[in-house]
Design a protein around this ligand. Structure first.
Ligand SMILES: Cc1cc2nc3c(=O)[nH]c(=O)nc-3n(C[C@H](O)[C@H](O)[C@H](O)COP(=O)(O)O)c2cc1C
Length: 423
């Protein structure tokens, strides 16, 4: 029997490669590296498990281009070929199901915890004020900027050499490239700041250096915010223009998300201006994506909030988007993509709505900062716990115990930091 779901259709990418279907696992940081930031058997097992679940494209959690600046301890770093055999095994076993496996490359900029580095880098010296977890950044020099460009290009070449099928540059969620794009955080007066053209220069130079290092036939994706949802931040109009430039640079897949650590719209904490019509449509960034689609003539993936099969199928059928991005549901339902494509399920898990202590979750009516922190870390801890279990070869354990996951998360994070500090 042929499968008639639009989600089952192949997608040809501009570089000549193709995705076997329209479902993608979006990046989720795993925290499963060893104390030398290398892939572990647990990380590789996790991807083998996911690979067998029917998702056409898997994008790894962020892999860092510089060991001095991590998004969290437990990140994998790829800066030279010293552990390339481990990366080769990861690439091979993560493709056993016939899917594509791409590596997301990232530099955290100022969103690098103090436990990793007390003086992170950023376009300007504007500190991220979030419970004292982040140091005051040093404004990058011209040499720092050139080094970052080189690091992305070098890591991308290693990704290809290891046997992964593509690379995604992380320019969303308030990390370094998103900091450069934001007029609020980037207050430089040289050619890397000011106008949008200047703020987007670093991203564009990185994309072009990565293209040079991987060649014309290799998939390159970019994850971009539709907006930061912050006053004076990166706006939808900015995003449309950047998407146009990325289209001209012939990238292969543009993934749309949104928000930063300060505005967690990436996991559905609503920006004030979210429209009722968007809320009804489930996927947080779909309306923004429609506008960006007009601007950029490249395959578009949208991530954030997709939970119902009919919403996913309609978005693809109506050509609003090309690829549906899924993250959290795949932590508790590793075979969700196959089940969606075969029509076995209508709705995916959404435990996030159950992981709430007190009333609002990071919303206006949350009772206190402590409750907000417990809810935030409890929710993220729930998903990290599923990832840890899958890496250990165990089934998911989706008990929505917010406080327990909060405690487990901070304990595990402290352990990862201490292990790395005293290696
Ligand atoms: C545990 C966890 C880790 C994440 N790590 C990353 C990451 O490394 N890189 C990234 O671009 N997004 C990351 N995200 C965001 C997801 O890719 C995705 O944009 C978000 O979860 C919304 O999609 P969903 O509603 O399908 O979960 C992470 C999200 C979660 C829950």
């Amino acid at each position: 029997m042929t499968n008639t779901s639009p989600l089952a259709e192949e997608l040809a990418l501009p570089c000549g490669a193709s995705l076997p279907n329209r479902l993608a696992k979006s990046a989720m940081t795993e925290g499963l590296a060893d104390k030398y930031d290398r892939p572990t058997p647990e990380l590789i097992r996790l991807y083998e498990t996911w690979s067998r679940g029917g998702t056409g494209l898997h994008i790894t959690g962020n892999v860092l281009v510089d060991p001095r600046y991590l998004e969290r301890a437990g990140n994998v770093v790829l800066e030279d070929d010293s552990a390339l055999d481990l990366f080769k095994e990861w690439a091979e076993r993560g493709q056993v199901g016939g899917n594509q496996l791409w590596v997301q490359l990232n530099h955290p900029g100022r969103q690098c915890p103090k436990m990793v580095n007390r003086e992170p880098l950023s376009p300007s010296d504007i500190q991220l004020e979030l419970m004292g977890n982040f140091g005051k950044p040093r404004a990058m020099t011209e040499d720092d900027i050139q080094e970052v460009i080189q690091r992305f290009a070098n890591s991308a070449a290693l990704v290809k050499e290891a046997g992964f099928n593509g690379v995604q540059v992380h320019a969303a969620h308030g990390y370094l490239l998103s900091q450069f794009l934001s007029p609020k955080i980037n207050q430089r007066t040289d050619k890397w700041g000011g106008s949008l053209e200047n703020r987007a220069r670093l991203l564009r130079e990185i994309v072009s250096a990565v293209r040079e290092s991987v060649g014309p036939d290799y998939p390159i994706g970019v994850k971009l915010n539709s907006a930061d949802f912050q006053k004076g931040g990166f706006s939808l109009e900015d995003s449309e223009q950047v998407a146009t430039w990325l289209g001209e640079a012939s990238i292969d897949l543009l993934e749309i998300s949104g928000g930063t650590y300060e505005q967690l719209s990436l996991i559905g904490v609503e920006p004030t201006e979210v429209r009722e019509s968007t809320r009804k449509r489930e996927a947080y960034f779909i309306e923004y994506a429609e506008r960006i689609r007009e601007a950029a003539k490249i395959p578009l993936m949208v991530t954030g909030g997709f939970r119902s099969r009919d919403v996913m199928e309609n978005s693809v059928k109506k050509k609003e988007i090309d690829v549906v991005g899924l993250a959290r549901p795949l932590c508790t339902q590793v075979n969700a993509s196959r089940d969606l494509i075969e029509g076995n399920i209508e709705k995916l898990d959404d435990f996030e709505h159950q992981l709430v202590l007190g009333k609002g979750f990071w919303g206006n009516n949350s009772s206190s900062n402590l409750i907000k922190a417990i809810n935030g870390f409890g929710q993220i801890g729930f998903y990290y716990w599923q990832i840890i279990r899958l890496g250990a070869g165990l089934p998911p354990q989706p008990a929505p115990k917010t406080f327990r996951h909060f405690v487990r998360h901070i304990t595990n994070d402290a352990k990862l930091n201490i292990r790395r500090k005293f290696r």
